[in-house]
Write a protein that binds this ligand. Structure first.
Ligand code: NAP
Ligand code: MG
Length: 498
């Protein structure tokens, strides 16, 4: 079992000093305090990062404000912003293995998967958003003002960068979430203060180094490390922000939303989920079971769209769930740096306790465990991939977001019932349907209340396809053209040319 990075550059980065990026310079926190960064595969301390407080946040927001107002950034040609974003994409790709090793050490995830998915998607997000920098357009309006005798009015709209953006991101896809916030904001011409999660600050700091080398002017990208309840809260309520972009849990999203509203700060919130997976009776059992297992166990279940509730048609329930349980039992737990690892540790001791608590609660409420059901071996924060059956909608394991490798499974007999069950949740982030029955699929899609419905796949993302939640899963859409709307304001212009 290997838990060591192979690249000298990764080792040098982990061993080196960690400072925050403010106004193009690297700073310790105002108090000099630091936070331990742990390796979740064995609980050891990897390094320390600055513990920012309100003063540090204020400095970063002021730097971002100056950079936004300064002509070096605001008057930069869109083609030059595009070029910077393209260079950033190339730089991320050139460091793909290093980023993957950093994510494996800091978050616990498989380095191989991180390289193929997190890092590739992050680079591609910069490249995709680079293209939008030159395609931000308003519209022209032949204005006909009803109470004016003149017909000589011309109207048009401009899309202008919203301004200074505060971005707060979670620990499950640290680099990718940083890219999802930074790339569209920068493409639109905004400046950013990014606060990564306290559990996984490292890839954001490394990205900050690359972006500085890429040539973004000082203060355009600021990266501040600290606790959510202090640094995050100070950022969310800072009156100098024009917009806050958040990904994380629904309760924290609500707190941030309330703080933002006090200043009328624009907001986009990408929040939790309890996404249903619906398996119709016509499926190929093995393929469907593999899809169901991937939907929940990918990234150790720490995915906002994780397929954490499965509804299988009664005709195939036993066969599909037996197969899902045997896939779960066969998965190899281990550190993310071991190429044979199929499921890494959870991110922290806190998440370990939380997920084990849910498994206990499910068992106490009467659920039957057909795979896993407890902690994995070793000092790391491992949880065995777990499958619970005999579950129903009165149970906490069915109603609440667990954010770990825990699947609850239920039966259904007809489409009306499964629609009701799928929608019986405060969340509405994702859902998937597994079937080749076109008629049933098209009946289900409009009735499922979720921001994304996947068919015969789950949690797949494309930079061109908008992503976000219905109901308590959030506010606004990321990715695609929709992301640009999140970082621009519409200005209307009316000209009297009589
Ligand atoms: P969280 O509280 O939502 O944390 C997400 C981000 O918000 C982190 O950067 C966090 O900083 C920051 N934050 C926390 N409290 C804040 C506050 N009062 N004001 C401003 N920022 C704040 O999530 P968590 O506590 O790490 O995880 C708890 C649960 O959230 C998980 O078990 C899971 O159910 C859910 N979750 C969902 C997603 C998702 O993508 N939907 C992602 C992560 C977690 P710190 O890390 O320093 O606290
Ligand atoms: Mg960590």
């Amino acid at each position: 079992m290997t838990n060591q990075p192979t690249l000298p550059t990764t080792r040098a980065f982990i061993a080196g000093p960690k400072r925050m990026l403010i106004n193009g310079e690297w700073h310790d926190s105002a108090t000099g305090e630091t936070i331990e960064v742990l390796n979740p595969a064995d609980g050891s301390v990897l390094c320390r990062v600055p513990n920012a407080n309100e003063t540090d946040i204020d400095r970063a927001v002021q730097a971002a404000r100056r950079a936004f107002d300064d002509s070096a950034w605001s008057r930069m040609k869109p083609t030059d912003r595009e070029r910077l974003l393209l260079r950033a994409a190339d730089a991320i790709e050139a460091s793909a293995r290093e980023f993957a090793e950093i994510e494996a050490l800091d978050n616990g995830k498989s380095a191989a998967v991180a390289e193929a998915l997190d890092v590739t998607m992050a680079a591609q997000c910069f490249r995709y958003m680079a293209g939008w920098a030159t395609k931000i357009e308003g519209s022209t309006v032949d204005a006909a003002i009803p109470y004016s005798p003149s017909n000589a009015y011309f109207g048009y709209t401009r899309k202008e960068a919203v301004g200074v953006v505060g971005a707060i991101i979670p620990w499950n896809f640290p680099l990718l979430m940083a890219a999802w916030k930074l790339a569209p904001a920068l493409a639109a011409g905004c400046t950013v203060v990014l606060k990564p999660a306290e559990d996984t600050p490292l890839s954001a700091l490394r990205l900050g180094e690359l972006l500085q080398e890429t040539g973004f002017p000082a203060g355009v990208v600021n990266i501040v490390t600290g606790y959510g309840r202090t640094a995050g809260a100070a950022l969310a309520k800072h009156p100098g922000l024009d917009k806050i972009a958040f990904t994380g849990s629904t309760p924290t999203g609500k707190a941030i939303g309330h703080a933002a509203l006090d200043n009328m700060t624009r907001m986009s919130l990408e929040l939790g989920g309890k996404s249903p997976v619906i398996v119709l009776p016509d499926v190929d059992i093995d393929k469907a079971a593999e899809g169901v297992a991937n939907a929940i166990f990918f990234n150790s279940g720490q995915v906002c769209t994780a397929g954490s509730r499965v509804y299988v048609h009664d005709k195939v329930f036993d066969r599909v769930m037996e197969r899902v349980a045997s896939i779960a039992d066969s998965m190899k737990l281990g550190p993310g740096l071991d190429p044979s690892t199929q499921i890494g540790p959870l991110v922290s001791a806190r998440q370990l306790d939380r997920v084990l608590g849910y498994i206990d609660a499910g068992q106490t409420e009467g659920a039957r465990t057909i795979a896993g059901g407890g902690r994995g071996e070793g000092a790391g924060f491992f949880v065995k991939p777990t499958v619970l059956v005999d579950t129903d909608h009165s149970m906490r394991v069915v109603r609440e977001e667990i954010f770990g490798p825990v699947l609850v499974a239920m039966r259904f007999n007809d489409l009306d019932t499964v629609v009701k069950q799928a929608n019986d949740t405060p969340y509405g982030l994702g859902a998937s349907i597994w079937s080749n029955d076109l008629s049933a699929i098209h009946k289900l899609i409009p009735r499922i209340k979720a921001g994304t419905v996947w068919v015969n796949c789950h949690s797949l993302l494309d930079n061109a396809v908008p992503f976000g939640g219905f109901k308590q899963s959030g506010f606004g859409r990321e990715l695609g053209r929709a992301a640009l709307d999140m970082y621009t304001e519409t200005k209307s212009v009316l000209i009297n040319h009589a």
